[in-house]
Design a protein around this ligand. Structure first.
Ligand code: MN
Length: 200
């Protein structure tokens, strides 16, 4: 039994059109996300085999591969749930309060996450996360799937800035893709993630 499994999309491939084409979503979920799930499972197996053989000489590469693929699986699993054909607008309630406290205003937060996503050098993510030590929200600019992360923070809203997320439709104009993502954000899902992450 594999440890990690590819989750079903919560909507049809074409549900997010015209912002994101069905072709992009199908490839992104069925090929790219699936590859991270397989990569994580394969690496867990290789680590078990290495322990069994008493040969941990490849540990550095295996740990890097696990972190990359597992983080890719985690982020994509959140990304699908963060988006909705009925999304957009602004958060309400506790999430709106936390955004205002942490960033000054929704507009300030939106500008920061937009800039963080649009300016990732190469492949990565813009992430809104709950940072438990200070008890506030932060924006992270993640490289690959797992670098430049404030460890211990919990991702709540993730914008995929890898070219595979937008290139078929937006070509090199990543900022246009990021603007359209805001029209898809499922704030109920983001709010539920904050409630789960934040101590009562
Ligand atoms: Mn992706």
């Amino acid at each position: 039994m594999p440890i990690y499994e590819l989750p079903d999309l919560p909507y049809d491939y074409s549900a997010l059109e015209p912002a994101l084409s069905g072709e992009i979503i199908e490839l992104h979920h069925d090929k790219h996300h699936a590859a991270y799930v397989k990569g994580a499972n394969d690496t867990v197996e290789k680590l078990a085999a290495a322990r069994h053989a008493g040969d941990l000489g490849g540990i550095v590469g295996l740990e890097k591969t696990l972190a990359f693929n597992l983080s890719g699986h985690v982020l994509h699993s959140i990304y699908w749930e963060n988006l909705s054909p009925d999304g957009g607008g602004e958060p309400t309630g506790e999430l709106a309060s936390a955004v205002a406290e942490s960033f000054g205003s929704f507009a300030g937060f939106r500008a920061q996450l937009t800039a963080a996503t649009a300016t990732v050098q190469g492949s990565g993510w813009g992430v809104l996360a709950w940072e438990p030590l200070a008890g506030r929200l932060i924006v992270s600019q993640v490289y690959g799937h797992h670098e430049n992360v404030g460890i211990g923070s919990t991702p709540l809203l993730v914008f995929d800035a890898w070219e595979h997320a937008y290139y078929l439709q937006y070509r090199n104009v990543r900022p246009d893709y990021v603007e359209r993502l805001w029209d898809l954000v499922n704030w109920e899902d983001v709010s539920a993630r904050l409630t789960a992450a934040r101590p009562v």
